[in-house]
Design a protein around this ligand. Structure first.
Ligand code: C2O
Ligand code: CU
Length: 455
């Protein structure tokens, strides 16, 4: 997440007037967004105990030529069922593997016990025909997601992903609280008539974004309502760069921001989340994505429409919902790092390294339980990388030496070319934790390493 070019909007945020309107894609907006907005169905709780949310997820292949264009589904749907939970609940998920290969579920962004992390590195995947019970407590509120962590590139691309929403009952609810799982069509359904360039797709500027597995659409609302859009980028290598006047960014990977800001130009790399608040008045509000290249950021080309709210009625735009302060402390960058992870490699070779090594030929970095650890990640490759750490959220201390405006907690952070970030964790979750690039072809090639927290 980027903060530098943003004006904080303290109380109320008046829409920015200075932005030149950006040309939308070839088709006219109303035609592109003619479809109604659709959301994935929510998971069904099988346990009457209100403290326990118990679900069953069956991973299975879809028939070839399935109209969705996806190859796999959880419970027959892609995206998988949205898990809607409350802070403090225990989540129990029985994974039934009806695929012909092993699979797992990783709970992206959650501080789960190591054995529940869905990483097959040491204990192997859930075999075809087998089941596994994931069980842990939910003690972070926010927008998370779940996906396999075995044969990850192929299984996530094929359609195995879903949203996991943990609500804090203390939060003021929006009138429409929506999940928007962003995936890029070109990855899932390569069009043989359209050469797509290198397998990693970095040169493919015109991405076709899907929202919740469908073409982007519109939502009819009442003027005066508040819409919260929980965006999750599940694509293998597609970047979103948000474009939309009057869209406020109220939360990122790890819950609410201390100070909301405009979502304009917010970059959402693979694995990243952003909660957007739209305060609807009499006028429609549109959200689109500007073209963004993995090889250096901004690109030329039209914006891709993503979403539109169409109000009826004459109420004026409401005031923003109050932001629950996460009450987080901001720590200074101490000027050193305990761990340095340097990302190198290139599209020319298709080889991707952390500190010159490719997973699994790595040596875990060991730290002691309870230790405060400063991690520096450097990107010395000619490509962006979204860095992700399992089992923890990290505080972003600085980006290229510059501290953020307010406490910033993430679990996925994009590194542009030549960028260097310093991150802080308190190593209070024991085990072996994957530390990797969330561009899945890069991770698959070996751009992963391990943080070992020793009890
Ligand atoms: Cu979203 Cu290692 O994963
Ligand atoms: Cu990468």
């Amino acid at each position: 997440m980027r903060w530098i070019a943003h004006l904080a909007c303290l109380s109320g945020c008046t829409p920015k007037g200075s932005q030149a309107p950006i040309q939308l894609a070839d088709d006219s907006l109303s035609r592109v967004l003619a479809e109604p907005f659709k959301q994935p169905r929510s998971a069904v709780d099988l346990d009457p105990n209100p403290d326990v949310l118990r679900l069953r997820l069956v991973a299975r292949a879809l028939p070839e030529d399935h109209p969705s264009g996806f190859r796999y589904a959880y419970n027959g749907q892609t995206p998988g069922p949205t898990i809607e939970a409350e802070l403090g609940q225990t989540l129990e998920v029985e994974l039934v593997n009806e695929l012909t290969r092993g699979t797992t579920i990783h709970w992206h962004g959650l501080h789960v016990p190591n054995a529940m992390d869905g990483v097959p590195w040491q204990r192997g995947p859930v075999a075809p025909g087998a089941t596994f019970l994931y069980r842990f407590e939910l003690n972070q509120a926010g927008t998370f997601w779940y996906h396999p962590h075995f044969n990850t590139e192929g299984q996530v691309d094929g359609g195995l992903f879903g949203a996991l929403i943990v609500r804090d009952p203390a939060d003021e609810p929006a009138d429409h609280d929506l999940v928007a799982i962003m995936d890029s069509r070109a990855e899932a359904r390569p069009d043989p008539a359209q050469p797509v360039g290198p397998a990693h797709g970095h040169a493919r500027l015109k991405r076709q974004w899907l929202m919740n597995g469908h073409s982007p659409g519109h939502l009819n609302v009442q003027a005066g309502e508040r819409v919260r859009l929980r965006m999750i980028n599940v694509s293998n290598h597609g970047y979103l760069k948000l474009n939309g006047d009057s869209a406020r960014l109220v939360a990122t990977d790890q819950g609410p921001l201390e100070i909301a800001r405009w979502a304009q130009d917010e970059v959402l790399g693979p694995g990243d989340r952003a909660e957007i608040e739209l305060l609807v008045g009499r006028e429609p509000i549109q959200l689109s994505s500007l073209p963004y290249s993995l090889n250096g950021g901004d690109s030329l080309g039209p914006a891709q429409p993503l979403f539109e709210v169409r109000p009826s009625g004459t109420q004026p735009a409401p005031v923003p919902l109050s932001l629950r302060s996460a009450g987080r402390v901001q720590h200074p960058d101490p000027g050193y790092a305990d761990i340095v992870w340097t990302f190198t490699g290139s599209d020319r070779t298709g080889r991707w390294y952390i500190n010159g090594k490719r997973f699994p030929q790595i040596t875990p970095v060991e730290v002691r339980l309870g230790q405060t650890v400063i991690i520096e990640v450097r990107n010395l490759s000619p490509t962006d990388h979204p860095y992700h750490l399992h089992g923890y959220s990290f505080e972003v201390l600085s980006r290229n030496g510059v501290a953020p405006d307010s406490p910033t907690y993430e679990d996925t952070i994009n590194l542009a070319i030549r960028e260097r970030v310093r991150l802080r964790i308190v190593a209070n979750n024991p085990g072996d934790w994957m530390s990797h690039c969330h561009i899945l072809p890069h991770a698959e090639d070996g751009m992963m390493t391990v943080l070992r927290v020793i009890d």
